[in-house]
Design a protein around this ligand. Structure first.
Ligand code: IMP
Ligand code: MG
Length: 183
């Protein structure tokens, strides 16, 4: 185990089972969709989306957006900045499924869903691997949710702290000593 990980919260086998279950739910709901587009929210959702898309049976396209609500630390700034937008002239024909790593305050996803609906997508839903409902500052419920977790800062399987730890194959709790050193 990485020395900066306090404990493993979700191991590789459990992650695989969670992603398989989500893929089944998405397959069931999008079997009649003519243009399902998975929208990866960079960079935290890269690993999750890569695993999820391999398990889908329904045809899908992929796209990416980059937004930021966090600085380098462990608490949200609240304001959303779109650094990479969708550039699709066919948006009115697209059923967008936003793929997110984790919902914390709810700011990012509630903003994005609204933004993409206003931009003209045919439909917009959300799929998150992790959810910390105790941290919400805006009411938001994802359409697909992998696992609810307690209020602890997690890393791995795409999630970072100051751009590190994304390649860990499990989701772990970051040792508080790591971010205390940087505060
Ligand atoms: P929200 O807008 O507050 O819901 O924040 C969502 C974003 O904050 C996620 O996409 C992550 O990038 C980041 N985030 C929230 N909690 C964690 C965590 O425990 N570890 C790593 N990133 C996190
Ligand atoms: Mg993110």
């Amino acid at each position: 185990m990485n020395k900066d990980v306090e404990k493993i919260l979700i191991g590789e086998e459990e992650l695989d089972a969670i992603v398989s279950r989500l893929a089944k739910e998405i397959d069931r709901d999008y079997k009649d969709s003519e243009r399902l587009v998975l929208v990866c929210i960079l960079k935290g959702s890269i690993v999750f989306m890569g695993d999820l898309m391999k398990k889908l049976s329904v045809p899908c396209e992929i796209d990416c957006m980059k937004v930021s609500s966090y600085g380098a630390g462990t608490s949200s700034s609240g304001s959303i900045n779109i650094a990479l937008d969708l550039m699709r002239p066919d948006l009115p024909a697209c059923d967008l499924l936003i793929i997110e790593d984790i919902i914390d305050s709810g700011n990012t996803l509630s903003y994005l869903v609204n933004y993409l609906k206003l931009k003209g997508a045919r439909s917009v839903r959300t799929c998150t691997l992790l959810d910390k409902p105790s941290r919400r500052t805006v009411a938001f419920t994802p359409d697909y949710r992998g696992k609810e977790i307690p209020d602890e800062f997690v890393i791995g399987y795409g999630l970072d702290y100051a751009e590190r730890y994304r390649a860990l194959p499990y989701v772990g709790v970051l040792s508080p000593s790591v971010y205390r050193e940087n505060e």
